[in-house]
Write a protein that binds this ligand. Structure first.
Ligand code: KG4
Ligand code: ZN
Length: 344
């Protein structure tokens, strides 16, 4: 297949991300730009969908201009436009999808609708040390917590998933209980650094369930009970609770990931999604994996959370794998969309 220049557009939640990826020379990310809406949503304590959609509309053209200018290429050189079709917030998805399809139509090139989680799953391939297929993937974001067996592009077998809250959601809700700003994950992780180990012991939900499923809503309730029992926790008590929460969630994620890799007989584990940026999770996974002779792969920190680069990459890999090219024009977004429904 001749080299292709692929534009990637991400708009599924509270980040507008645009990137340009060249499949030439083994694949190169030429340029990428991101606008995070976090400061805008912060005063509401979470993402406000209507504000998210409107902000994507404002950002998408300036970001595109920047990405094209930074790359030294021109719009006329594009071969295809990949964009997030779902899952995510319907209105936010519609902005990216309509923009991508309109631009593709005007340039006379095809569009490539991409599954957001496939983007996360493949994001470690953008790093300096990319994993080879097959591998086990721990996908931990604000909306999903899943263990998947990945045989190749479009070969995704669900091994286990959360029965209630996602790991990132549990971080966000617990952070809120501790009075931390949205998004809670990074803020809670920072607070936990000042906490004492074992000062607050919290349950490890489903640690011994014998399967690869997760459940995190009980952990959040245990934190709520703890906070209520104390009344108004001081700074050290809040840090101890944050530490207890992070230790519990990390222990469960590490144990189940190791179990999934061992049961599969594979030797590679890929960690993707926003919670994959958590340093304690990385430290424990690295230590246990080293003992077990397993290699662990992460996306670069900047590509752990939502971004356009992973969407451009997923689109490029789909095209290289022979995806049928869809003429730009009619489209639909999918707010809900199980990853295991994808095929090669
Ligand atoms: O993948 P992502 O950007 O968006 C979704 O597709 O959901 O993930 C966002 C989630 C949020 O819940 C955020 O709190 C969490 O990832 N997160 C973290 C960290 N950085 C982001 N959680 C724990 N520790 C972190 N360092
Ligand atoms: Zn995401």
């Amino acid at each position: 297949m001749p080299p292709m220049l692929i534009l990637g557009i991400e708009s599924s939640c509270d980040e507008t991300g645009i990137a340009l990826y060249d499949t030439d020379a083994g694949g190169v990310l030429l340029s990428h730009a991101l606008h995070s809406q976090v400061p805008m949503h912060q005063e509401y304590g979470g993402v406000v969908p209507e504000l998210a959609s409107r902000d994507h509309i404002r950002r998408v053209v300036p970001l595109l201009r920047k990405v094209i200018a930074d790359s030294g290429r021109s719009l006329n050189e594009l071969d295809a436009i990949a964009y997030t079709q779902g899952p995510g917030l319907a209105g936010a998805l519609l902005v990216g999808a309509a923009f991508a399809e309109g631009l593709a139509c005007s340039l006379g090139i095809p569009s490539v609708p991409v599954h957001h989680l496939e983007g996360h799953l493949l994001s470690p391939l953008l790093s300096r040390r990319p994993p080879a297929f097959p591998f086990i993937a721990l996908l931990v974001s604000g909306g999903h917590s899943q263990l998947m067996q990945v045989g190749g592009i479009g070969q995704y077998q669900l091994l286990g998933e959360t029965l209630d809250d996602a790991a990132g959601e549990a971080f966000d809700k617990t952070a809120k209980l501790l009075g931390l700003p949205y998004p809670g994950g990074p803020a809670l992780a920072e607070l936990a650094e000042h906490g004492q180990a074992d000062a607050v012991k919290l349950p490890r939900p489903m640690l011994h369930s014998g399967d690869l499923d997760f459940s995190f809503s009980g952990l959040k309730t245990a934190v709520l009970t703890k906070v209520r029992a104390i009344g108004s926790p001081d700074a050290q008590q809040r840090a101890d609770i944050a530490r207890g929460f992070q230790d519990a969630i990390v222990e469960v994620l590490v144990k189940k990931s190791m179990r999934a890799v061992k049961e599969s007989g594979l030797e590679r584990l890929v960690v993707a999604g926003g919670v994959g940026a958590n340093r304690e999770l990385r430290r424990h996974l690295d230590a246990q994996a080293a003992n077990a002779g397993i290699s662990v792969y992460y996306p670069e920190f900047e590509f752990c959370t939502d971004n356009g680069a992973m969407i451009a990459l997923a689109g490029a890999l789909r095209l290289q794998a022979g995806a049928t090219l869809k003429p730009a024009g009619a489209f639909a977004v999918r707010a809900r969309w199980p990853l295991a429904e994808l095929t090669a």
